[in-house]
Design a protein. Structure first.
Length: 476
C-alpha cells in the first residue's frame, strides 16, 4: 500500500487538524452519553442495568470490529474507510436523537459505534503513513490533547444540555462537527497511489474475534456483581478462551488473515503493546475508582470531586503535545519509560493517602498521574506503529485500539475487585456488616490502599515492557 507522504507543512497541519477533530468528536460523544445515563434512565422509566447497555455497546462494537475495518483500510485505502466511518457515525448520531424506545436507542447506538470503529483507529494509521516520522510524535501528541479536551468538556456540555434541552440534545452536538470533518477529510487527506488490493476479507476471523471478545467484555463488566465463581462468568471466560484459540489457529492457516499473528513475532511491537495495556489498565482503573475515594472517604460532593478529576485530563492536554515533540527528537522508548515510571510514582503517592489526606497532597498526585499518561501515550502510539509493516498500518492501529479498549475494561473491572476483596477481608476480621462499610471511612481506606498498591505492580510491569521495546528508525 502506497500512501502519499506529505511534505508541505500546511498540508501536514491540516491532516493533523482533521484527525484530531475526529478524535475530539468521539471523545465528547462518549463522555456526554455517560453523564446523560441518569436522565435517559428517567426518561424511559428504565433500570440502571438496562441503560448500562449503552456504554457497553461501545466497548463491544468498537473492540470486536476494529480489526475488520483496519484490514479494510489496508485493502481499500485508509481515506475511504475513514470517510465512510464518519458518514455512518453522523447518520447514527442523528437517528439516536429520535429513538422512541430504549431498545431502539441501543440498536442505533450500535450503528453509530460502527462508524466510530471505522474512523478512530484509521486516523492513527493515516498519520503514521502520510506524515514524516520526524513529526509523527507531535501529531499523536496533538491527538491525545484533543481526546483529553473532549473527555474534559463532554461532561460539562452534556450536563448543561441535559438540564436545559434533554438527553436528545447530546446527539445534535456532533452533527455539524462531523459534517465539517467529513468535508475537510475529503479535501485534505491523502489518497493511496496504487489500486485497491484484491485481497479477500477473512470474515470468519472477524466473527471469531467478536465471539471471543463479547463474552470476555460482558464477564469483566458483570463479575463485580455476580462474582468470579458464578457459572455464567466461568462460562463466558471459557467461551472467550476457546474462541480465541480457534481464532489464532484460523489466522495462522488462512492466506488472508484479518490479524497477521506474525506482527507479534516482532518483540518490540509486542512489548510496546503490553506496556500500553498496563498504562491504560491503571489509568482507567484510577478514573473509575477515584470518585469513590473522594466521596466515601473524604466526603466531597459530586461537584468538588469533578473539579479534582479535571486535573489529570488537563495535565494530559498540556504534556501530550510536548512529549510528542520530544519523542520525535530523542526517541519513543525513553519517553515511554519516563511516563510509566511517573505513573508508578503517582500510584505510590496514592498508596500514602489516608482518610485525612490534604487536598495539597491529593491534587499533586492527580497531576503527576495526568502528566505521566500524557507523556506515555503519544510516544507509545508512535512506537507501536513504527514496528508495523507499511502495508499493515490499518491492522496495526486496530490492534492498538483493541489493546487500549481492553486495558480500560480490565482496569475498571479488576482494580475495584481488588478493593472489594480487601474490604471483605477486613470486615471479616473485625466482624462488621457490609451495610456498615459506608459509615466507616477507615475500613474503606483499607480497600483503596490495596487497590493503589496493586496499581504499583501493574506500573512496574508496564515500565519493564516499556524498557524492553526498542525504538526503530524510520525513513521519512
Amino acid at each position: 500500500m502506497k500512501e502519499c507522504l506529505i511534505q508541505e507543512k500546511r498540508k501536514q497541519n491540516l491532516v493533523i487538524a482533521v484527525i484530531s477533530a475526529s478524535v475530539f468528536m468521539f471523545s465528547v460523544d462518549y463522555s456526554m452519553l455517560n453523564i446523560s445515563l441518569p436522565t435517559i434512565t428517567g426518561y424511559f422509566n428504565a433500570t440502571i442495568g438496562s441503560v448500562s447497555r449503552l456504554p457497553l455497546a461501545y466497548l463491544l462494537v468498537v473492540t470486536s470490529t476494529v480489526l475488520l475495518f483496519g484490514k479494510l483500510g489496508d485493502i481499500l485505502g485508509l481515506k475511504k474507510i475513514f470517510i465512510m466511518g464518519l458518514i455512518i457515525f453522523i447518520a447514527g448520531t442523528s437517528l439516536c436523537a429520535f429513538a422512541p424506545t430504549l431498545d431502539i436507542l441501543f440498536v442505533l447506538r450500535i450503528f453509530q459505534c460502527l462508524g466510530e470503529a471505522m474512523f478512530s483507529p484509521i486516523g492513527i494509521a493515516i498519520i503514521t503513513t502520510s506524515l514524516p516520522s520526524s513529526i509523527q510524535g507531535r501529531a499523536l501528541g496533538i491527538m491525545a490533547t484533543a481526546q483529553g479536551l473532549g473527555f474534559s468538556l463532554g461532561p460539562v456540555i452534556g450536563g448543561y444540555i441535559n438540564s436545559h434541552i434533554g438527553w436528545q440534545g447530546i446527539f445534535f452536538v456532533n452533527i455539524p462537527i462531523g459534517i465539517c470533518v467529513a468535508i475537510a477529510a475529503q479535501r485534505e487527506l491523502p489518497s493511496r497511489e496504487d489500486k485497491p488490493s484484491r485481497e479477500k476479507i477473512d470474515y470468519l476471523g472477524a466473527a471469531l474475534i467478536f465471539i471471543s471478545l463479547s463474552p470476555l467484555i460482558y464477564a469483566l463488566n458483570a463479575m463485580r456483581k455476580m462474582g468470579l465463581n458464578n457459572p455464567v462468568i466461568i462460562s463466558c471466560f471459557a467461551v472467550f478462551a476457546a474462541a480465541l484459540i480457534i481464532f489464532i489457529i484460523r489466522e495462522k492457516s488462512t492466506p488472508n488473515p484479518i490479524l497477521d499473528i506474525a506482527l507479534f513475532k516482532n518483540l518490540d511491537f509486542t512489548f510496546a503493546v503490553i506496556s500500553a495495556f498496563c498504562a491504560i489498565f491503571v489509568y482507567m482503573g484510577l478514573l473509575f475508582l477515584f470518585p469513590f475515594y473522594l466521596s466515601m472517604v473524604r466526603g466531597l460532593d459530586a461537584m468538588r470531586s469533578g473539579l479534582f478529576l479535571m486535573l489529570p485530563a488537563a495535565m494530559v492536554m498540556v504534556f501530550a503535545p510536548v512529549a510528542g515533540v520530544v519523542s520525535d527528537r530523542i526517541g519513543m522508548r525513553k519517553i515511554c519509560a519516563i511516563g510509566m515510571a511517573f505513573t508508578g510514582l503517582a500510584f505510590f503517592m496514592f498508596s500514602l493517602f489516608t482518610v485525612k489526606s490534604s487536598p495539597l497532597f491529593i491534587l499533586p498526585s492527580l497531576m503527576v498521574a495526568g502528566m505521566a499518561i500524557g507523556c506515555f501515550l503519544p510516544a507509545n502510539n508512535k512506537l507501536v506503529m513504527a514496528h508495523v509493516p507499511a502495508n499493515k498500518h490499518g491492522m496495526g492501529s486496530a490492534v492498538y485500539k483493541i489493546v487500549m479498549s481492553m486495558g480500560g475494561v480490565f482496569g475498571i473491572a479488576v482494580i475495584p475487585l481488588v478493593l472489594m476483596k480487601a474490604i471483605y477481608a477486613k470486615i471479616a476480621v473485625i466482624h462488621m456488616s457490609i451495610q456498615d462499610i459506608k459509615h466507616s471511612p477507615e475500613v474503606m481506606m483499607v480497600g483503596f490502599d490495596a487497590a493503589f498498591r496493586f496499581g504499583i505492580y501493574i506500573c512496574i510491569a508496564g515500565l519493564i515492557f516499556a524498557l524492553l521495546a526498542k525504538d526503530r528508525k524510520e525513513t521519512s
